[in-house]
Structure formats: structure tokens, C-alpha cells
Design a protein around this ligand. Structure first.
Ligand SMILES: CC(=O)N[C@H]1[C@@H](OP(=O)(O)OP(=O)(O)OC[C@H]2O[C@@H](n3ccc(=O)[nH]c3=O)[C@H](O)[C@@H]2O)O[C@H](CO)[C@@H](O)[C@@H]1O[C@H](C)C(=O)N[C@@H](C)C(=O)N[C@H](CCC(=O)O)C(=O)O
Ligand SMILES: Nc1ncnc2c1ncn2[C@@H]1O[C@H](COP(=O)(O)OP(=O)(O)OP(=O)(O)O)[C@@H](O)[C@H]1O
Length: 515
């Protein structure tokens, strides 16, 4: 069951704590005496304030959060925490104002204090890397489910406790929401939780106040170079997770050079994993049978331990993601043999990973996948895996994000042109950019790499998927990369309703391929 909203991002039955104790513990400056004030929640969004909350006014890129102190007061906040500039803005809101130099840097520890995160005895997993984070957290919780362990997750697609979920906006929520979610999980008697941790989250204090039991690394490749000046800086942000303040031990996929560097530079104990022949690691993934709906693999570990299973998604990269999830579980204390028995009983891993190489077609007609890939590396891996299982042609439909890393567009076009038989360039989230210019950059990348490539430009996403279906037949594959699980298209600040999965199913029905 999936809903929207922020209700799940805080405990249902919070236990208030004394604000004066918070002031004393953290050494904040307070504008007035707060002896009788209590605090039962924390938020950085005035729209999410509930009675009893500490409202944290963060300086933002667009506006100072403290300018919404009066709104927070009207919704029942009991105090404001902000910086010196924010204190001026919060004057007149009628709330005690606590001041600290960098409220964002304080937020995680404050939220951990208010929500008593240290009382949470569940096992916490963190997953970072450019691609595969969402897939890994879903596999972790799927395997936990197969072991009969109650779990929760925080991902780009959803925040989930048991089988109740809310949709996400950020990959990693602000620290106040993350600690609230963990508190809610504690109430729900969740025994293990898997959290996707983005580089931006590490750079912006979003996982402060949590020490993960096991941190996993998938891979690092070109992305987010709008946020980071170089790949080295992007890597350095990820490396932050692999320090004693943030995690106790690590499982690092060392298929790429960044993983190998991370395994060397990590400041916590590392277990390594690889799927590349010739690389020496503690655990090895050997690819088994690959079909369009399932990928088999054997995981071979130290001391002759091994496990053979499969994941219900296509792609060698998904086998590596699943292997990482299993090694993380083993490193946290789960028994490999017990995992193997549970998976064997169920006919392999029973993970549903929304919008990641998700097949939306039926038995007849071309196979159609909707995917969240939006990096050159994701395209490369998906297309090479598809080639193995596709008897016919591969038609790739995709666009690129507006107002995000523009330097990856040429490579996305080039890889699509090299790996697919036909490329249809469409719009994704243009945001405030000119969509025609985004398409032109993708097309130029494709034609520079493969001058005689079959490249079509169909701006409208609905028309693009229908063109692909018209051009495809039994045995062909349509790979629609970009929208994944999302249910909107973002144009000039407006979210227009659009679900690629629903629309692709509808288009297949219109074509008579799906009943
Ligand atoms: C660059 C960045 O991280 N920006 C985040 C930041 O926005 P901002 O500094 O612009 O905030 P602002 O709009 O100026 O507002 C300042 C403060 O006032 C508050 N406010 C604002 C308006 C209001 O009416 N009431 C109110 O309380 C805001 O909650 C905020 O705390 O704080 C906001 C509130 O938490 C975030 O939503 C926003 O993420 C934006 C949407 C974003 O796109 N972030 C990306 C870069 C990101 O973090 N991505 C990663 C990785 C994704 C991936 O792997 O692909 C992620 O973890 O999602
Ligand atoms: N191990 C992998 N290596 C390369 N590409 C991958 C891997 N796993 C998944 N992908 C591709 O990357 C896309 C995003 O996967 P996933 O959502 O699991 O990654 P992510 O790291 O969570 O990214 P995001 O935070 O943007 O959701 C998938 O749709 C797929 O195309």
C-alpha cells in the first residue's frame, strides 16, 4: 500500500522531551527561558509542522527557513532553532528562538536526541553509489521478508515500513525526517532498515546522528557534476560514509576503480565484492542463467561458502546489486546458509523493485521495460544485458533531465546509439531548460558516436512510446529509460501527471499486445 504525505516520517506516539535539557545538552543560545517548554518532534518544513515541534529554520538557496517561523508557530511549533540571521527573521513569531552557528550541522544530532535514535536496536544498512542504491535496499528488505524479519526502507521511490509506504521526493530525506522515520520504525517493531544515502545527503548532513551497522557501495560513475566540481569531489562525498562516525563496517563492490580506491581509503573494516573476473575480492559474483525476467547468479565467499540463487529482474548489474545486498546481510550477522534456504524455498529472491528495469509488457508482443536509468553507466549496463536476452531489435526511448548535470548528455546519446538498434529521443523533466536544446545535445552525442545510427526525435513522451511500439514486433525489446517509478513530468516548476509505466501499459493495450 503506497500513499503520499509526511505522516510516516515521525513517530505516531512521540514522547516529549524538555527543551531546556536540549538547550543545555547542545549549548544553544536561547532568546528566553524555556523551562516549561517541551518538544516532541522536529521539522525543517513549515508545511510539515505539528503541535509540539521544534521548527528548524535553515538558510536555503532560495529563502531562509526562519522567515516561516510565524507559520510554524500557527501550526503549533513550540520553538525555533536557527542561525543568527534567522533569529532576526524569527522575531515577532512569538516563539522562543534557539541560536546556533550552523543549524543544518546540528539538525541530525538534535533530531536523534528528540526521537531517541540511540534507543533503536534495529540493524541499520546504508547503501551508496551512483547506480543501484534503490535496487539494493529493495533486495535487502525482500530477503529480510523471506527470512521472516520485519523491515523498513528509505529510498528514492518510497519510504516503507512493512507493507505500508509513502512516496519520496528526495533520495535521502532531511535528517529530521530520517530520524522521525526510524522512530516510527521502532514503534512498528522493525528489526532492520535499509537507507539509500546520496552524495548530496552526505554533503548536507542528512544522515548525521546515525551510525549504520553496515554501509554498502555499489559503483561510481559520471553523474551529479552540476553539484560537484569533479569526480574526485563526488567520490570524496561518498567516502564520508565510510568513517567510524557513520558506519561500523563496509561492503564495497570493487568492479570499478572508485570502489577499489574506496576499499583502500575507507576508515572502517571493509569486505570486498566483485563480479569482474581477474579482480581479487572476498566475495565473487558468478553470473548464471539470464532470461528476460530473471537473472541467476552464484555468490562465492570466503571459507568455501557459496549461495546460488536468482533475482526476478534482467541484467548482470542486478545480480551484482543482489549479491551486495546478501553480503551486507551476512556482514550484519545473518547466516548465509539460512538465507540460501529461504531463497531456495521461495524459488529465488522475490524482490519487486519499482521502475528499475520493470517489465510492463505481457507474454505477447515486444518486451517493454520502464527504467530509472539516467547515467551513461546505467545505459551501458542495461543495453549490454539486454543484448544477451534479446532475439530481435532493441529500441531505446529516453530523454535527459533539465537543470541537472549537462555534461553527461553526449555520453548518454553515444552509448544508446552504440548499444541499441533504434534510438528515440524524447523529453524527460525539462524543468526550466529549453527541451529542444536537451534533445539536440542527446542527438548530437548519438550521431557523433554512430553517424548512421537510427535516431528519431519525438518530443512528447506519450507519442515516443507509441512510436517505439509501432516499430517493434515479437522478439524485440523496448527499453524506456528515465521515468522509472515516477508519476509526473516536471516542466517549468509544474509537476504534470505522467506515469510512464501506466502510459506504456495503455499503449501496449492500444496496440493489442496487452489485454
Ligand atoms: C540543493 C538541495 O539539496 N536543496 C535542498 C534544500 O533546498 P533549498 O536550500 O533550496 O531550500 P529553500 O527552498 O531555499 O528553503 C530553505 C528552507 O526553508 C524551508 N521552507 C521553504 C519554503 C516554505 O514555504 N517553508 C519552509 O519551511 C525549506 O524546507 C528549507 O528547509 O532543502 C530542501 C528542503 O529540504 C530540499 O528539498 C532541497 O532539495 C532539492 C529539491 C534537490 O533537488 N536536491 C537534490 C540536489 C538532492 O538532494 N538530490 C539527492 C540525490 C538524488 C540522486 O541520487 O539522483 C537526494 O538525496 O535526493
Ligand atoms: N549496479 C548497477 N550498475 C549500473 N547501473 C545500474 C546498477 N543498478 C541499477 N542500475 C541502473 O541505474 C538505474 C537506477 O537504479 P537505482 O534506482 O537502483 O539506482 P540509485 O543509485 O538508487 O539511483 P537513484 O538514487 O537516482 O534512484 C536503474 O534503473 C538501472 O538502469
Amino acid at each position: 500500500m503506497t500513499g503520499t504525505g509526511t505522516a510516516m516520517l515521525r513517530p505516531e506516539h512521540p514522547v516529549p522531551r524538555s527543551l531546556s535539557q536540549l538547550v543545555a545538552d547542545f549549548g544553544f543560545e536561547a532568546s528566553e527561558r524555556v523551562d516549561s517548554v517541551e518538544v516532541s518532534g522536529v521539522t525543517v518544513s513549515s508545511a510539515a509542522v505539528e503541535p509540539g515541534d521544534l521548527y528548524v529554520g535553515l538558510p536555503g538557496t532560495r529563502v531562509h527557513g526562519a522567515s516561516f517561523a510565524a507559520d510554524a508557530a500557527a501550526s503549533g511549533a513550540t520553538a525555533v532553532l536557527t542561525d543568527a540571521a534567522g533569529a532576526v527573521l524569527a522575531e515577532g513569531a512569538g516563539l522562543p528562538v534557539l541560536v546556533t552557528e550552523d543549524p543544518r550541522a546540528a539538525l541530525g544530532d538534535v533530531a536523534a536526541w528528540v526521537y531517541r535514535t540511540e534507543e533503536n536496536t534495529a540493524t541499520f544498512f546504508a547503501v551508496t553509489g551512483t547506480n543501484g542504491k534503490t535496487s539494493v535496499v529493495y533486495v535487502i528488505t525482500a530477503v529480510l521478508g523471506q527470512l521472516g524479519v520485519r523491515s523498513g526502507l528509505s529510498s528514492t521511490a518510497e519510504r516503507r515500513i512493512g507493507d505500508v509506504a509513502v512516496t519520496s521526493s528526495l533520495t535521502t530525506p532531511e535528517a529530521s525526517e530520517l530520524h522521525g522515520l526510524l522512530a516510527r520504525m521502532r514503534e512498528a517493531e522493525v528489526r532492520a532498515a535499509a537507507v539509500e544515502v546520496s552524495a548530496q545527503a552526505l554533503s548536507r548532513h542528512r544522515v548525521d546522528g546515525i551510525v549504520f551497522d553496515v554501509a554498502g557501495f555499489t559503483n561510481l560513475s559520471h553523474d551529479h557534476l552540476d553539484d560537484y566540481a569533479s569526480m574526485d569531489e563526488y567520490y570524496a562525498a561518498k567516502l564520508e560514509l565510510f568513517t567510524p562516525d557513520r558506519a561500523r563496517r563496509a561492503v564495497v563492490t570493487i568492479d570499478d576503480e572508485w570502489g577499489r580506491r574506496l576499499a583502500d581509503e575507507s576508515r572502517i573494516p571493509v569486505t570486498t565484492l566483485t563480479s569482474v573476473e581477474g579482480i581479487d575480492a572476498d566475495w565473487r559474483v558468478e553470473l548464471g542463467e539470464q532470461t528476460i525476467d530473471r537473472t541467476g547468479f552464484t555468490l562465492v565467499g570466503p571459507d568455501g561458502r557459496s549461495l546460488t540463487t536468482s533475482i526476478p529482474v534482467l541484467g548482470a548489474f542486478m545480480a551484482t546489486n543482489a549479491a551486495l545486498a546478501i553480503v551486507m546481510l551476512v556482514e550484519s550477522g545473518f547466516d548465509l546458509e539460512a538465507i540460501g534456504q529461504a531463497l531456495e524455498r521461495d524459488g529465488g529472491i522475490q524482490a519487486y523493485i519499482p521502475g528499475r528495469a520493470e517489465r510492463v509488457s505481457g507474454e505477447r508482443g515486444p518486451a517493454l521495460f520502464v527504467d530509472y536509468g539516467h547515467t551513461p553507466d546505467a545505459f551501458e549496463r542495461a543495453l549490454s544485458s539486454l543484448r544477451v536476452v534479446t532475439p530481435g531489435r532493441i529500441i531505446m526511448v529516453f530523454g535527459a533531465d533539465g537543470d541537472r548535470d549537462t555534461t553527461k548528455r553526449a555520453a548518454m546519446g553515444a552509448i544508446a546509439a552504440r548499444g541499441a538498434d533504434e534510438v528515440i529521443i524524447t523529453d524527460f523533466h525539462p524543468r526550466y531548460e529549453d527541451p529542444a536544446a536537451i534533445r539536440a545535445a542527446l542527438i548530437a552525442g548519438a550521431l557523433d558516436a554512430v553517424p548512421d545510427a537510427e535516431v528519431l526525435e519525438v518530443a512528447d513522451q506519450r507519442a515516443a512510446i507509441r512510436t517505439a511500439i509501432q516499430h517493434a514486433t515479437e522478439g524485440d525489446v523496448i527499453f524506456y529509460a528515465g521515468p522509472g517509478h515516477e508519476d509526473y513530468q516536471e516542466v517549468a516548476g509544474v509537476h504534470l501527471p505522467y506515469s510512464a509505466r501506466d502510459d506504456a501499459r495503455l499503449a501496449l493495450r492500444e496496440a493489442g499486445w496487452l489485454s
